[in-house]
Design a protein around this ligand. Structure first.
Ligand code: HEC
Ligand code: HEC
Ligand code: HEC
Ligand code: HEC
Ligand code: HEC
Length: 347
C-alpha cells in the first residue's frame, strides 16, 4: 500500500530543521533568502525524476555555482547573495579607479569562458581544465603533485579543513556565527573560511574600498615564520619553498634568494619609508590582523609583506596571478605599478 504524504511535507521538514537548529543559524547566510534557494529536500520537485546528485549537504549547487556573478559588475551572485569570485559573461574591472573584482580576484580569465589562460589563475576543477604547464604540482612544492586537480576547499584546496578531502564536508561554516574578532578556532571563525587564519573581513570583500575600508590581513614577524594563522601560511601549505623553507639557502636578509614575505617593511627605512598610507592594490599585513591599518603603515608591525601583496588568490588578468602588469613597467600602467609602492625609489 502506498503511504500518502501530505503535499507540504517538505515545508514541515524545513520548519522542524529551523526549530532544531541553533539560533545563530542565519548569522552568515543573509536572512532574506529561503533555504530552498540553496538546498533541495528530495532532489526532485513536482514529481520530476530524481537527479543523482553527488553534492553533499543537500545543496543545489557547487561552490562555483553559487559564487558566480552573471557579469563583470556583480559583487554578489543574485540568487544566493554569495560573493562573486567567478564571472560568467564578462570580465570584472581591476583598476585603481574601480574594483568590481573582489579582494581574491576572479577565476574569469583562467576559466573556459574567459579564455582558459592557465597562468592567470588557480586552475580549479570545474572552472578550468588542468594547468597545461604546471599540471597539479604547485611551484615551490619540491615537485610534489597534489593527488588531483585543485578544488576550492579541503585537502586539495585553500578554504576549509585541510585534513578533509570533500570540499563541503571540509567547510561546514556557512551557517556559523562569525561575529568579530575572528580567532581561528573553527573554519567558520577563521578569516574567509581559511582554517585557523586570523584577520578582519571587509563587509563587501573590498568591492568598495579606501585606505580605511579594506580587509586586514595578519602577517608573520619573521621571514621563515611557522605561524599557521597568517595569510601567507595559506599559500605556504602548497608553495612552501617560496616561503620559510631554510633549505632554500638564505640567511633571512639581503641578498635574498626569493622575494621575502612575513617581513615588516617599516624596519627597513630607505625607499620603503614612503609607503605610509595603506594602498588596497598592494596590501600589507599587520602582526595582529585585527585593527585596520590606514595611514600608519610605518608603525612597527603594520607593513608586513605577504604573498598576496603581489598576487591575487583566485585569478587576475595578468601572468602569475599578479595584481598588476609586472612586465609592462615602466609604461603607463593602470592599475598602479605595485612594486614601486614599496620600492618607491625604483618607480
Ligand atoms: C548554495 C550556495 C553556496 C554554496 C554551494 C557555497 N557557498 Fe560560499 N557563500 C554563500 C553565501 C550566500 C555566502 C555569503 C554569506 C556571508 O558571508 O554572509 C558565502 C560566503 C562564502 C565565503 C566568504 C565568507 C566570508 O567570511 O565572507 C567563502 C570563503 C565561501 N563562501 C566559500 C565557499 C566554498 C569553498 C564553497 C564550496 C565548498 C562554497 N562557498 C559553497 C553561498 C554558497
Ligand atoms: C592546495 C594547494 C595550493 C594552495 C593552498 C595555494 N596554491 Fe597556488 N598553486 C597550486 C597549484 C596546484 C598550482 C599549479 C596549477 C595551477 O595553476 O592551478 C598553483 C599555482 C600558483 C601560481 C602560478 C599560476 C600559474 O599558472 O602560473 C601562483 C602565482 C600561485 N599558485 C599563488 C598562490 C598564492 C598566492 C596562494 C595563497 C593565497 C596559493 N597559491 C595557495 C596549489 C596551491
Ligand atoms: C545562500 C545559500 C544557503 C541558504 C539560503 C541556506 N543554506 Fe544551508 N548551507 C549552505 C551551504 C553552502 C552549506 C554547506 C557548506 C557549509 O556548511 O559551509 C549549507 C549547509 C547546511 C547544513 C549542513 C551543514 C552545517 O553547516 O550544519 C544544514 C543542516 C543547512 N545548511 C540547513 C539550512 C536551512 C534549514 C536553511 C534555511 C533556514 C538553509 N540551510 C539555508 C547554503 C545555504
Ligand atoms: C614582491 C612580489 C611578490 C611576492 C611577495 C610574492 N610573489 Fe610570487 N611572483 C611574483 C612575480 C613577479 C612572479 C612572476 C615572475 C617570476 O616568476 O619571477 C611570481 C611568480 C609566482 C609563482 C609562479 C612560479 C612559476 O613557476 O610559474 C608562484 C607559484 C608564486 N609566485 C607564489 C608565491 C607565493 C606562495 C608567495 C608567498 C610565499 C609569493 N609568490 C610572493 C611576485 C611576488
Ligand atoms: C609590500 C611591499 C613590497 C612589494 C609590493 C614589493 N617588494 Fe620587493 N622587497 C620588499 C622588502 C621589504 C624587501 C627586503 C629589503 C631588504 O632586505 O633590504 C624587498 C626585497 C626585494 C628585492 C631583493 C633586494 C635585496 O637586497 O636582496 C628585490 C629584487 C625586490 N624586492 C624586487 C621587487 C619587485 C620586482 C617587486 C614587484 C614585483 C617587489 N619587489 C614588490 C618589499 C616589497
Amino acid at each position: 500500500m502506498r503511504v500518502t504524504m501530505p503535499d507540504n511535507l517538505h515545508k514541515w521538514v524545513l520548519i522542524l530543521l529551523l526549530v532544531l537548529l541553533p539560533t545563530t543559524l542565519q548569522a552568515k547566510i543573509p536572512d532574506d533568502i529561503v533555504c530552498s534557494n540553496c538546498h533541495t529536500m528530495h532532489n526532485s520537485q513536482a514529481g520530476e525524476s530524481m537527479t543523482s546528485s553527488s553534492l553533499y549537504g543537500l545543496l543545489l549547487s557547487t561552490c562555483s555555482g553559487c559564487h558566480t556573478g552573471l557579469d563583470g559588475t556583480s559583487a554578489i551572485a543574485a540568487n544566493t547573495q554569495a560573493p562573486a569570485v567567478m564571472h560568467s559573461s564578462s570580465a570584472p574591472g581591476n583598476s585603481s579607479g574601480s574594483n568590481n573584482m573582489l579582494a581574491g580576484g576572479s577565476f574569469y580569465w583562467v576559466s573556459t569562458t574567459g579564455g582558459n589562460t592557465d597562468n592567470t589563475g588557480h586552475n580549479v576543477i570545474g572552472l578550468s581544465s588542468e594547468d597545461a604547464d604546471l599540471g597539479t604540482t604547485p611551484p615551490g612544492n619540491s615537485g610534489t603533485p597534489l593527488g588531483s586537480q585543485l578544488t576550492c576547499a579541503g585537502s586539495r584546496g585553500c578554504h576549509g579543513n585541510s585534513g578533509i578531502q570533500n570540499e563541503v564536508q571540509a567547510l561546514k561554516a556557512h551557517h556559523q556565527d562569525d561575529t568579530a574578532p575572528l580567532d581561528g578556532s573553527s573554519v567558520g571563525m577563521s578569516y574567509r573560511f581559511l582554517s585557523s587564519v586570523i584577520g578582519s573581513e571587509d563587509a563587501d570583500w573590498e568591492y568598495t574600498y579606501a585606505s580605511d575600508d579594506h580587509n586586514q590581513y595578519k602577517g608573520g614577524s619573521i621571514w621563515n615564520s611557522a605561524a599557521t594563522d597568517t595569510i601567507t601560511s595559506v599559500c605556504a601549505r602548497c608553495h612552501g619553498d617560496y616561503h620559510g623553507n631554510p633549505g632554500v639557502g638564505t640567511t633571512g636578509a639581503s641578498p635574498w634568494v626569493r622575494h621575502p614575505t612575513d617581513i615588516d617593511l617599516s624596519t627597513y627605512g630607505g625607499e620603503f619609508a614612503n609607503y605610509i598610507t595603506y594602498e588596497v592594490f598592494v596590501p600589507v599585513a599587520s602582526t595582529t590582523g585585527l585593527t585596520l591599518v590606514d595611514s600608519n603603515v610605518q608603525t612597527a608591525g603594520n607593513g608586513i609583506v605577504t604573498c598576496i601583496s603581489c598576487h591575487r588568490a583566485h585569478g587576475s588578468q595578468y601572468d602569475s596571478i599578479l595584481r598588476w602588469d609586472y612586465r609592462a613597467w615602466p609604461g603607463t600602467v593602470d592599475p598602479i605599478y605595485g612594486c614601486g609602492v614599496c620600492h618607491s625609489s625604483k618607480n
